[in-house]
Design a protein around this ligand. Sequence first.
Ligand SMILES: Cc1cc2nc3c(=O)[nH]c(=O)nc-3n(C[C@H](O)[C@H](O)[C@H](O)COP(=O)(O)O)c2cc1C
Length: 482
Amino acid sequence: MAFRDLRDYLAFLSRRGELKRVRLPVSRELEITEIADRVVKRGGPALLFENVEGFSVPVAINLFGSEARTAAALGVERLDELGERIAKYMGLAQGPLPGSLLDKFKVLGQLAELASFAPKVIDNPPCQEMVLEQPSLASFPVLKCWPQDGGHFITLPLVVTRDPVTGQRNVGMYRLQVFDERTTGMHWHLHKGGAAHYRRSEAEARRLSVAVALGADPATIYAGSAPLPPGLDEFLFAGLLRREKVELARCRTVDLEVPARSEIVLEGYVDPLERRVEGPFGDHTGYYSPADEYPVFHLTCVTQRHEPVYPATIVGRPVMEDYYLGKATERLFLPIIRFVLPEIVDIAMPAEGVFHNLVVVSIRKEYPGQPHKVMHGLWGLMLLALSKTIVVVDADVNVHDPSEVAWRVLNNVEPRRDLVHAEGPLDALDHSSPQAHFGGKLGIDATRKGPADGHPRAWPEDIVMAPEIVALVDRKWPELGL
Ligand SMILES: Cc1cc2nc3c(=O)[nH]c(=O)nc-3n(C[C@H](O)[C@H](O)[C@H](O)COP(=O)(O)O)c2cc1C
């Protein structure tokens, strides 16, 4: 059964002993971050701060703070099950149907609709139990996360917009810095769906309507962070993950829909050409991202449930909660990536690489240059285009074991031959490049080489014990008393 909403999920976590209610008074200024950071780093429970100084609304945090919890949030035992299910759907799309990845995504959407996972607008949605006559953010305990942050940031929002040209909906997770009771920053990066909608609305000198949903069911929250291509609706995708359609509410002041059981909904707009300095913000990379100009979100209406829960997350030096959301994406998208690069066996984005800095990929290598093909293929694929470093290893290497990957790379790589330098778009959070959004990339071919690769020397064998000796020692092991 899918979680109906955030409350249902919190009740589930509580039953599993994975929700800790904090009744001691705490401040939203840095203190919640310090507590949550310690808890995340030791793989601790989700937290519900019930007594935030100056506020009656509680803060829920660390909702996705481990791989097992994220899997549970998405209704599976193992995150890989999600990818397997999506692959099955997309596999159905193979055969006589057109072969591009976008076509397959389209068919995935159609199949989801056929399976009646399409979102549905309902009447009297819970998220509109209360409509604030004078829209204001003042009652919500929005966090100031880190000492040098430019202010208080809404960190776990679902930002809903519609493409002004095609009408296609986008849902993205983009932070919002609270400027005052009625305005916030709108921090969608250049490469993201919301930013693309905004560029189109600016080109037409039109205001872009925006709705922000806080505290939907966990699969829908996750879907906002998933790098889906335009054309695949995040709410439909969430329905596919939950195996149950997402119920939507029609917003009251903008022509948009939001999850009907959201805790809090902010409705409003961004105006063309209006910018305001946003940040700095202690970011996913573990560094502050600098203050920069971003569009401004103006509030026209706030709706909420009775006694709402305010959901938040903190990002910072890894490992943080966002790593597990990224892990879900890694496992979910592996089979999709294989449609384009079938030689890929497995893929890992280690926490230290913060998604865009490092992708480790194992491949079944069959011809010279194939690792290069895989690197360039990934650099051309959806948001993986922003990857800074790609390491390619052989099929038998466990990409999830950093020690094994480092051992293979350091032994196998001949720097004059195996390093591929390229350039292209970089994530907005990259601070190493002299130019924002563009810079160098590194591919590392750590596969074993043979004559076909122009390597004339014999490649050494891995040291592996003879199986009969392993079996013998296994039998003797208890008697050895070691
Ligand atoms: C906790 C969290 C916060 C995020 N904050 C931002 C942000 O402020 N700006 C941004 O562009 N992406 C942010 N992201 C990444 C986007 O949510 C992600 O790239 C998503 O795919 C965007 O949706 P889109 O592909 O529809 O644009 C964040 C992700 C997480 C997990």
